[in-house]
Write a new protein. Structure first.
Length: 378
């Protein structure tokens, strides 16, 4: 099943190269097409990542050449500081520039990745001890705000430390990971989407949400970011605290999956026939659980539990959500959600869902991870 699904995903990606030209897919449009972005958002790196994964799967230079073209556009984006005043720098530059470095040792890509890490570090707020999610320093609404998604961005800082030995990158990443563990993860292993701190002294103010059902609910994609993000912090630091929090968050996620194993957009939202799913949250969680399996010792009972959960979730995604039966649909996964409460693509293709679905397939078929931590160069 996984081999066939990966083949379909790669071929759909191949067809989309000419369709997208120099633009980037984002979320869906009516009729099965993707909206295109010209470096206007946080999502462009995922298309680059899909091209690199397809190149790894096939060795076809068509994918490599298309991926390299995207990296060159990320250079232009950085040089003009185009829509980069936010925390999502890792989402942009890890699956694009850093992926090129990881796969081929391209010095140009390494330099670009390090310059991107410098941009992310500028969001560090030493008075509070965190990376600010959105807005400028001192912003009255978002100046003291962190976000669980950032756990997938700080691997850019861990990587930059390993490449340079500059302690600043490591210290910022470690401090933000610890702040996130203490304040975004609740006592029952659920999570806040965001948390607020006093900007002057860093004192905690309280948890909240941006895309979840309410401030006290658990947004499923946020829980998935936590599973994957904390195990990545463990991979870089070997601090067992991060492995354990990832494990607990994964168990929470699994225990609340619906019958078809693909989560709704929030674990606490009332469920009826029209409640949106978020296939992307399930794909992200699968990648995080596969990483967990690699990190847990032989004989750990959660290894088998996570492996079985991934197989159930990926089977449902492949059989019930994957668009392999319709060549006219540009996206891979149906029924992703972006920002349900905000009315933004509540039931749609979302490019990050497609990327993480393909990453999970590559792990299952080839044992190849994504681009969130350093690998041996080919």
């Amino acid at each position: 099943m996984w081999v066939e699904a990966l083949t379909h995903a790669v071929e759909k990606t191949r067809r989309n190269i000419d369709k997208f030209e120099n633009l980037f897919p984002w979320t869906g449009l009516d009729g099965g097409d993707y909206k295109r972005s010209d470096h206007q958002d946080w999502t462009e790196g995922f298309w680059s990542g899909m091209l690199w994964l397809s190149y790894e799967a096939t060795g076809d230079q068509t994918f490599r050449d298309a991926a390299v073209r995207t990296v060159h556009s990320f250079r232009q984006r950085l040089d003009t500081f185009k829509v980069l005043d936010h925390h999502d720098i890792g989402f942009l530059y890890l699956p694009s520039a850093v992926a090129w470095w990881m796969l081929e040792g391209e010095e140009e890509a390494k330099v670009l990745g390090l310059e991107a890490a410098d941009i992310l570090v500028k969001r560090w707020r030493p008075a509070g001890g965190y990376i600010q999610a959105w807005g400028p320093a001192g912003d009255p609404k978002n100046g003291g705000r962190i976000i669980i998604d950032c756990l997938l961005n700080i691997p850019l800082l861990y990587w930059a430390y390993e490449k340079t030995g500059n302690q600043m990158y490591l210290e910022v990443a470690l401090a933000h990971a610890e702040k996130s563990r203490r304040y975004l993860v609740r006592g029952d292993d659920s999570s806040y989407h965001t948390f607020y701190f006093d900007q002057e002294n860093g004192e905690p103010v309280g948890g909240g949400t941006h895309q979840g059902y309410n401030d006290g609910s658990t947004w499923t994609r946020g829980q998935a970011w936590g599973i994957y993000g904390f195990i990545l912090s463990y991979k870089y630091t070997k601090n067992p605290v991060y492995l354990e929090v990832s494990r607990r968050m994964a168990n929470y996620f699994i225990s609340r999956l619906p019958a078809d194993q693909v989560t709704y957009w929030d674990f606490d939202v009332p469920i009826d026939a029209g409640t949106p799913r978020d296939s992307s949250a399930t794909a992200i969680a699968c990648c995080g659980m596969l990483e967990l399996v690699d990190c847990l010792p032989e004989g750990d009972p959660d290894r088998e539990r996570f492996e079985k959960a991934v197989n159930r979730c990926m089977k449902s995604l492949t059989e019930n959500y994957f668009t392999s039966d319709d060549p006219d649909e540009e996206g891979l996964l149906r029924h992703g959600s972006y920002h349900v409460r905000g009315g933004m693509s509540p039931d749609d293709f979302v490019i990050w869902g497609d990327y993480f679905y393909m990453e999970a397939l590559m792990r299952l078929v080839r044992g190849v991870p994504g681009y969130w931590y350093e690998r041996e160069l080919n």
